[in-house]
Design a protein around this ligand. Structure first.
Ligand SMILES: NC(=O)CC[C@H](N)C(=O)O
Length: 219
């Protein structure tokens, strides 16, 4: 493996890029934004962020990254798809063709309703964290089926919200929009890295649940 194999990437085409980079910095993991295929070289893992999956799919094709990500995956790259990212990784999408199709699961897009039906919850995810974890759903999909090789990490009501196989983690919610670092640590470990465990030292003192809105336009 390359000398910088201890580095993670965050796909930087659209969506919640900076928030993932910020959380990786807080757990002491080297990370970079990825816009080009060449920037995948030497990465241990790549986060495909939330945003809008149709838009992301078009940009992935335009930037020549769809093929590059699939190739890097075949070469061992770990992947974590959050929300729209999870949609792109699914092998089956209700009423639409799949996109990257790298994990055996079916998703149903916008399954909770409109943007206004977005919500927060606090949940137990024993495989990932000892303490309950806050999770933020923004016009999220539901995972409605997983294949035999896929482990369910979080089942809620009538849907699966987080799952993984050997190489891929998927969450339909956004851990990067909460103050909790458990999922970022979990993915870093899945990639063979050793994240810092020190919450107090790594969370910005001025973080609030609204911090992720700092780029929003206020009129
Ligand atoms: N928060 C998100 O990533 C939303 C996903 C979006 N609704 C889609 O279908 O692509």
């Amino acid at each position: 493996m390359a000398a910088d194999a201890g580095r993670l990437g965050v796909l930087d085409l659209q969506g919640g890029v900076q928030e993932h980079l910020d959380h990786l910095r807080r757990i002491g993991v080297a990370a970079q934004a990825v816009k080009r295929a060449t920037e995948l070289e030497g990465l241990a893992g790549l986060i495909i962020p939330g945003g809008e999956s149709t838009c992301l799919a078009r940009l992935l094709d335009i930037f020549g990254l769809s093929h590059a990500i699939s190739q890097a995956y075949s070469g061992g790259l770990k992947l974590w798809g959050t929300c729209a990212g999870a949609i792109l990784l699914a092998s089956e999408i209700t009423d639409e063709p799949p996109f990257l199709g790298l994990i055996d699961m079916a998703v149903s897009r916008n399954a909770f309703g409109s943007q206004l039906d977005s919500f927060n919850r606090v949940v137990e995810v024993p495989a990932v964290a000892v303490e309950p974890v806050p999770v933020t759903f923004i016009r999220a999909p539901k995972i409605v089926r997983v294949g035999a090789g896929v482990r369910v990490l979080l089942q809620l009501d009538d849907y699966i919200a987080a799952a993984e196989d050997e190489q891929i983690l998927v969450t339909v919610f956004h851990p990067e929009l909460t103050a909790n670092l458990a999922f970022h640590r979990y993915f870093a470990r899945k990639c063979g890295l050793t994240p810092s465990d020190n919450d107090a030292a790594n969370l910005d003192p001025d973080w609030t649940p609204q911090s992720w809105m700092r780029f929003a336009h206020h009129s």
